[in-house]
Design a binder for this molecule. Structure first.
Ligand code: PLP
Length: 219
């Protein structure tokens, strides 16, 4: 199946309210261009250098999303152009994003990554860390970031009940924070769901799905 057909098929099943991030990590620019020519404008990458290389080579009306774990010392390379950073999981990282955004005269949109999986290896904040980050004065003074929502990854398992439980947990944290409305924080996005679990994620309230292999093939 072609990338174009894969994209069309997936888009046909997504509700209007759900944003599709085409996860193009490891794939060549020619594959991304096929998706671009089929109308896709949002691409997700998990390595900063690879995203910078692709940004340089591709049309400038693309929104680039960083979906991977971000090292503080590399934020500066994507700060001029990144549209949304999904995996923000510390005040220290947020501080660096704020600083680099200011240098570039921009406001950078971020999602806070929440640890919802059982596995210890997945990155993310727990609820206590999330609340202390949001209530810290250091955070509240950051003028060059905008927290638009939450991101989470379910455990890598076939157990649908467990995945569902984890997605619903993220949704409930999101719902609890709906009243939050400050200068740099208003939650409207829940980024959850990948090729294997996005229909379930949408059922559980996802507004943004990150789909790679079902569009571009295996990696
Ligand atoms: C690779 C990746 C995806 C996409 O995974 P697929 O199973 O290929 O759809 C989504 N989210 C994150 C954070 C990823 O690293």
């Amino acid at each position: 199946m072609s990338i174009t057909l894969n994209l069309q098929n997936i888009k046909a099943t997504l509700p209007q309210s759900v944003t599709l991030v085409a996860v193009s990590k490891t794939k060549p620019v020619s594959d991304l261009m096929e998706a671009y020519n089929a109308g896709q404008r949002i691409f997700g990458e998990n390595k900063i250098q690879e995203m910078v290389d692709k940004w340089e080579q591709m049309p400038k009306d693309i929104e680039w999303h960083m979906i991977g774990h971000v090292q503080t010392n590399k934020v500066k390379y994507m700060a001029p152009f990144v549209s949304l950073i999904h995996g923000v999981d510390s005040l220290k990282l947020l501080h660096e994003i704020n600083k680099q955004a200011a240098k570039n005269n921009r406001i950078i949109n971020c999602l806070l990554q929440i640890h919802i999986a059982e596995e210890e290896t997945k990155f993310g904040l727990d609820e206590t860390e999330l609340n202390s980050l949001l209530s810290s004065s250091e955070f509240q003074e950051m003028k060059n970031i905008q927290i638009q929502g939450l991101m989470g990854m379910a455990t890598f398992t076939d157990n649908q009940n467990q995945i569902k439980k984890e997605f619903l947990h993220l949704k409930s944290i999101f719902d609890q924070l709906q009243s939050l409305n400050t200068l740099n924080c208003k939650l409207s996005t829940i980024s959850m769901g990948m090729s294997g679990d996005y229909p379930l994620a949408i059922e559980c309230g996802s507004t943004m799905v990150r789909i790679g292999s079902s569009i571009f093939g295996g990696r």
